[in-house]
Design a protein. Structure first.
Length: 162
C-alpha cells in the first residue's frame, strides 16, 4: 500500500518527506504550514489563515473548529479568505464609569475566551482591565477597557499594574 501511495500524485500543497521520529518512513507535509500527517492526503493542503484570524475549537460542538477574529473575538464557521477589519480603537481608560470604585488596574498576561458569555469577559494578552473586586477563589470582576464589557475573569490570567 505504501509503495502504491509513493507513486500517486500528491494533491496541491503537499510533499512527501522522511519522518523525523521514524527514519526510513515517510509522511506528508503541508508546504504552507509544515504540519505533518502519516496518512495520504485526500485534498489540497490548507493555506495559512489571513492575518487577524485563528482556528479555535467550537464552544457548541466540541471537536469541531471555527475561525475567530483576534480583534473582536467574533467567530464564524466558514474559513476566512481575507483579513478582518482593523482592530477597533482601544477604549479610553475614562470609558469606565466615574462613579465606580476600582481596586486596581490589571494587564492580561494570556488570552482568555469566556465560556459563559452572560457572566464572563474575554481577554486578549495585553488587555487592560479596571478591577472592581477580587474574590478569594481567584475570579475577579472588572471592565475590559478594550471591549468595554463588564464581568468576571480569572485573576490568574492578569497582573496588577498599579
Amino acid at each position: 500500500m505504501k509503495e502504491e501511495e509513493s507513486k500517486k500524485p500528491l494533491p496541491d500543497g503537499w510533499r512527501r518527506v522522511e519522518s523525523r521520529s521514524r527514519p526510513g518512513e515517510f509522511v506528508y507535509e503541508n508546504t504552507f504550514s509544515e504540519e505533518r500527517q502519516a496518512w495520504f492526503p485526500d485534498s489540497p493542503a490548507e493555506k495559512p489563515l489571513p492575518e487577524g484570524w485563528r482556528k479555535v475549537e467550537s464552544r457548541s460542538y466540541p471537536g469541531e473548529f471555527v475561525y475567530e477574529n483576534i480583534y473582536t473575538l467574533d467567530r464564524q464557521a466558514w474559513r476566512p479568505d481575507e483579513a478582518p477589519p482593523a482592530a477597533p480603537a482601544p477604549a479610553k481608560a475614562a470609558a469606565a464609569p466615574a462613579s465606580k470604585k476600582f481596586v486596581c488596574k490589571a494587564r492580561a498576561l494570556y488570552d482568555y475566551t469566556a465560556e459563559n458569555r452572560e457572566e464572563e469577559i474575554d481577554l486578549l494578552e495585553g488587555d487592560i482591565v479596571a478591577v472592581e473586586y477580587k474574590a478569594a477563589n481567584n475570579w475577579w470582576v472588572g471592565i475590559n477597557t478594550r471591549t468595554e464589557k463588564n464581568g468576571i475573569f480569572p485573576g490568574t490570567y492578569v497582573e496588577e499594574i498599579n
